[in-house]
Design a protein around this ligand. Structure first.
Ligand code: GDP
Length: 326
């Protein structure tokens, strides 16, 4: 598993505070739907009893955490209650927070690129495929990532392999031009694998650090999309052994549990190594991120908290939980 590692020295306290403020703002509707509702339920009881536990369960289910996460939390809360360790509503809130933190942290393994100074062996170019259903934010995310990593001094190349959507290619052209990143594209309707082949040749010739591949996302239930993605993986592996080094699945948080269903389908086929959860701003359904982590057992790499170029941030379980609970 490869990931660019950044020096922890880049993260100043001011930067961290600014990031937290932006995340808090973006996650305010989810906080309202999840944490504020938990507080409202718990605020109305003086001691934890069966009624309070049932109300709590209903609230968690209504907050897009999904049945599996709700069940995990309630099992832990009830076990503590039985042992007499859950006396006050605050104790219950603390246990919920602990459980949610544990879900995110156990899946964050390998995503420690934010603060690790250790050197990384990088073979060049690294190849990342960005996959997901249309409309989830793939193209935007590729643009944001290209700008971000180019800004960190990486020599980037973007491959517009969503050859069915002229708008996606135009959008990428605008974003890559802004960040001074080279874009390899082709005619509308061209074979995505042939564009990919050209892009990887160009990246090797120009000694690029990283190639980002924007892929098509017509409905995941169509097996031909999956076959196309598999073919692209084979083409990449033949051209650059070991690639794609990352296959990142983009999931739209606003679709809640449907997003989780889509992710399950993609997990069956394309060797997904990580997730990017977009549109966490302005949705109350951000709780779905916990369900995704719990069930898919792969790390969330980045989250999208807005439409602007700087609105893609490294995912940190600690920051995410703090943004919701603090
Ligand atoms: P694609 O079909 O998967 O390539 O999706 P696009 O990249 O075209 O994005 C679809 C829409 O989602 C666009 O209007 C984007 O501006 C928007 N979008 C993408 N990421 C985010 C995000 O993190 N927050 C918000 N609010 N909008 C986003």
């Amino acid at each position: 598993m490869f990931f660019f590692k950044k020096s922890s020295k880049e993260e100043t306290p001011e930067k961290k505070a600014g990031l937290l403020a932006r995340m808090k703002n973006a996650l305010s509707a989810t906080k309202e739907n999840l944490v504020s509702k938990i507080e409202a339920v718990l605020g109305g009881v003086s001691a934890m009893d069966e009624n309070a536990l049932d109300d709590l369960e209903g609230t968690l289910l209504g907050a897009d955490l999904g049945a599996v996460v709700t069940d995990r939390i309630m099992t832990a809360v009830r076990a503590q209650h039985k042992k007499g360790q859950l006396k006050t509503p605050d104790d219950a809130k603390t246990e919920i927070r602990n459980q949610l933190t544990a879900i995110l942290s156990s899946r964050a393994e390998g995503a420690s690129h934010e603060s690790d100074d250790a050197p990384v062996s990088e073979s060049k170019p690294q190849v990342w495929m960005i996959v997901g259903v249309n409309g989830t934010g793939k193209t935007t995310t590729v643009g944001k990532l290209a700008a971000r990593l180019a800004g960190e001094g990486r020599k980037m190349l973007v491959c517009a392999a969503d050859t069915f959507r002229p708008a996606a290619i135009e959008q990428l052209a605008v974003w890559t031009e802004r960040s001074g990143t080279e874009l390899i594209k082709s005619k509308i309707g061209a074979d995505p694998s042939s564009v990919l082949h050209d892009a990887l040749s160009a990246a090797a010739a120009r000694e690029c650090d990283l190639v980002l591949i924007d892929t098509a996302g017509r409905l995941h239930t169509k097996s031909n999309l999956m076959q196309e993605l598999e073919k692209m993986r084979r083409v990449a592996g033949r051209k650059i052994p070991g690639s794609p080094h990352e296959t990142l699945l983009v999931v739209d948080a606003t679709t809640g549990q449907n997003g989780l269903n889509q992710a399950r389908e993609f997990m069956k086929f394309t060797g997904v190594t990580g997730l990017i959860v977009t549109k966490l701003d302005g949705t109350a359904k951000g709780g779905v991120l916990f369900g995704i982590c719990q069930e898919l057992n792969i790390p969330v790499r980045y989250i999208g908290i807005g439409e602007a170029i700087e609105d893609l941030v490294d995912f940190s379980p600690e920051n995410f939980i703090d943004s919701l609970f603090k």
